[in-house]
Design a protein around this ligand. Structure first.
Ligand code: SAH
Length: 343
């Protein structure tokens, strides 16, 4: 196996240095250099002799990202990045500025196999999983490029994080390591289309992250039409899994709901949500559909969005309408990569 040194825990780096015939304490030094000082090139590592650096360079890889394109929104401070990986695949990440700090939305896979009808990321299928180091470097590279410290991470870019479970766990552990970036797990949000078995597996880790479910329709038959994953994980599996997750983690679960004109924005759709989520402490985030060329439907009108919000609030739900950031730069996932691949 390759020694991907920016994908390794300190304990693994210790093994690696011992195998090289070096001292164990080098592991923590290298880990700090990668995850705290955010070096990308060993040349900058002044505490290591050239000899040692050569040894490391000859026996390891660093899998990160390289900027291909940066788009800046003229409407707000959102920036969207197209990054290239070591194997020339490309992914997208988004930097958003909020009052409380910087948030980065990262991709977790190259492409996606979930097949949601309205989502650009899935249109060319799944190419491969990202390594934790590549997910980390989406964030570190944005920090380096902008000279900022990112405080919140959302795993809501291209891909299905729970379909890349082992690297997801590694990513969470690495980014929250006290010897590294030391990001609070509370500041991580994971969005999923609802892989019930993986949600139960995630519960075992007891992370205080925010879990977000992409719901988009609370009528099972209608949800199947736009989210084929519903066939594999029907509501009678998903909902009990969410309840079990919540019993263990005891945090509100968020639900994303993309509003599509005439398709899921009626009073009946709101009633369906009420019935489905009645025993779950939830927060609902309404998102007007972002138009993509492969999907013909229209976003709900702002009048209907407000009406829908009111129905849900009257049922006692906690609801927000997602502020659109970077509307002028195709900031929703997958579109930039698709345009790039189609050039
Ligand atoms: N696989 C994960 C995360 C990726 S998608 C998931 O399904 O949650 C991130 C969010 O953007 C999801 O809620 C997804 O449904 C939503 N989304 C995808 N395409 C969209 C579009 N065209 N307009 C609005 N939201 C979209």
């Amino acid at each position: 196996m390759n020694n991907i040194i920016n994908n390794m825990y300190i304990s693994e780096l210790e093994e690696y240095f011992l195998d090289l015939g070096e001292k164990k304490f080098r592991a923590k030094q290298l880990f700090e250099a990668i995850h705290k000082q955010k070096i990308k090139n060993l040349d900058k590592l002044t505490t290591f002799s050239q000899d040692l650096k050569d040894k490391i360079n000859n026996s390891s890889e660093i899998y990160g990202v390289k900027k291909v394109l940066e788009l800046k929104s003229k409407l707000d401070e959102t920036k969207k990045y197209l990054f290239e990986l070591h194997d020339e695949n490309v992914i997208e990440s988004v930097l958003m500025k909020y009052k409380y700090g910087y948030t980065v939305c990262i991709s977790t896979q190259v492409g996606c196999k979930m097949g949601c009808a309205f989502c650009a990321s899935t249109k060319k299928g799944l190419i491969r999983n990202l390594y934790a180091s590549e997910m980390l470097d989406e964030i570190y590279e944005i920090e380096r490029l902008n000279d900022i410290n990112v405080s919140n991470i959302v795993l809501m870019g291209s891909g299905e994080a729970l379909d890349n479970f082992d690297e997801l766990i590694r990513f969470i552990e690495l980014i929250s390591a006290k010897e590294g970036k030391n990001l609070s797990k509370r500041n991580i949000t994971i969005s999923t289309c609802g892989l019930a078995d993986k949600i139960l597996k995630l519960a075992e880790y007891d992370y205080p992250i925010t879990l977000t479910i992409s719901l988009h329709n609370a009528d099972e038959e209608d949800r199947k039409k736009i989210m084929p994953i519903t066939r594999k994980y029907p509501f009678d599996e998903l909902i009990p899994a969410l309840k079990e997750y919540q019993a263990k983690i005891n945090k509100r679960i968020s639900f994303e709901y993309v509003l599509i004109d005439g398709l899921n924005d009626s009073y009946q759709s709101a009633l369906d949500i009420k019935n489905l989520l009645k025993d779950i402490k939830s927060h609902i985030n309404l998102i007007p559909l972002n138009k993509i060329k492969e999907y013909d439907e229209e976003p709900s009108t702002s009048e209907n969005i407000n009406k829908f919000k009111k129905y849900l609030e009257d049922f006692g739900f906690n609801v927000t309408i997602r502020r659109e950031l970077g509307a002028d730069i195709n900031a929703s996932c997958g579109q930039l990569r698709n345009n790039y691949l189609e050039q």
